[in-house]
Structures are given as structure tokens and as C-alpha cells.
Design a protein around this ligand. Sequence first.
Ligand code: CP
Length: 309
Amino acid sequence: MIAWNRKHLLGLQELSREEIELVLETTASFKEISSRDVKKVPALRGKTVVTLFFEPSTRTRVSFELAAKRLSADTLNITASVSSTTKGETLLDTAKNIEAMSVDAMVVRHSTSGAPMILAEGLNCSVINAGDGCREHPTQALLDIFTLRERFKRIDGLKVAIVGDILHSRVARSNIWGLTKLGAKVTVCGPATLIPRGIEAMGADVSYNIKDVIKNSDAVITLRLQKERQQDKFLPSVREYSQLFGINQEKLSQGSSSLIVMHPGPTNRGLELSAEVADGKQSVILDQVTNGVAVRMAVLYLVLGTKEN
Ligand code: CP
């Protein structure tokens, strides 16, 4: 097993297969802690972790905070609406002022692709990307990959479809980087207007036929239709999108009974997937959320344990 040597986690594009496997192994060793009566170990005692969120979040923010607390770190949440960026301060200045209070790690979500890189270059503390624009959401992909590996006991050779708004999806991009490095065959599927040109260069196949995709997949990751990022009209109507690409029980029955349905959340029930599917026995959506805490414990532990910190 290789040693972790990164101060920051900015994306899966730059991670090697061995580094991703190390995160997955570390996650497996941390998962059991959350099922104990006393859900706490002293691994990060004395460290301070700040979550700095400039976009809404339920799962990522809460699970980073729980992860840090379960490792005995001190935590603090800052959201955009209460930060001084609303008074004209730059993101980097805000972050430098927070860091000046002896912070060890900053977990950042921002609508601008690349914002965590700017902070990583300008700060001395560790920076963890909690989702930047349409670029990457590395811990979401790591928890998706961990959930797949837990279910299928392998990633190599697994057929994974990512369905929906690929164009605006940082989850899709991080999953393509991560899954293909581990040997999975990834197919993206959705309306042509929501599939970015050149996505094949990242290692994914493209299909516009949802029935074929379901028939030939071990897992389907459905994505939220990101209305907030769609300045242009990418779809004739949301209803048509739902009819063509929304995952319902009828479409799901075309595939194997062992096929699993995933979704990073938040879900638009009745749009990208039906309530019946979201709550059905092939759905692992809540397993993903559970695994998110263990993945974020692993990431915090690894980045804060590097020699540079
Ligand atoms: N999957 C995800 O990033 O969810 P949140 O927006 O709730 O953090």
C-alpha cells in the first residue's frame, strides 16, 4: 500500500489508482466507528476543520462536520450568506482571515469551477473540494465508488451508467475520473444537449438510449436536473425529459434484478427518478449517504496526517 502524500484533495483527475484505493481502504477501516455507541476516536484531536459553503448543501456539509467530530476535531461552519464576501471581501481574503485563526483544514463548496485551487495556492492549511461549479465533487465520487465496491466486491470490469444532466455535473466528472482509473466501464446517457462535447476523451462511452443502457449496466447513477445552472434552454420540457430519461420501475425492469440505482442527492422525485424507484429495493441512495461520513473521515485523516501539516 502506498503512503498518502497530498495536503489537499481537489479532484480525482489528479489522483492515481493507488491513491484512490488507499482512500477506499481507509474508509473501510473507519466505517465501523459510526455504528458504535460512542462514535468517536481521537485521531484528529487538536485539529480544527472549517466548512466554507457558498452553495446550498445538506449531505456534504453535514457529513464533513460529522466526520470531523467523529475524529475528535473541532469544527465550524460558515455559509456564504453570513460571510463577509457579501460585503465585497474576496474569497481568498475571507479564507485567509479564517486561516489566521489557526485552522488546519478548510472544506470548500463554491459555484466557480477552480475556486478550491485558488484557495489551495493561497493558503497554508489543507483545502478539500466539496464541489466546485461543474468541475469536480471528489468525495461524492469516492463515496459512490465505495458503495459500488461494497455491493459488488470489485470495480474492475463493472458497467456503470451515469444518466441525466452530464453537462452541468461535477459528480459525473469525478465519477468518470475515479471509476475509469479503477477499471470500470462508464457510459453516460442523457439528452444530446446535456452531454458535453468531447466527454469520450475522459474515458466514458456515450449513449442516448436509456433502455439499452439499463439492460447493459450493473449500476445506474442518476443525476439531478440542475435547473440553477441552466441559463439556456437545454430541454424542450421537463416533462419530456422525465418521460425519456427519468428512471421508473418500468424502465428498471428492463435490466438485471441485481442492478442498483444510485443518486448523489438532492433528488427531484418524479423527475429524474420515480418515488417507487428511489424507495425501492434496488436503490442504495441512503447507503451512499451513510458511506459519505466514512469517506470524509478517511479524507480528513489522510490530508491532515501528511508530513506537510
Ligand atoms: N450530493 C451532494 O453534494 O448533496 P448536497 O448538495 O446536499 O451536499
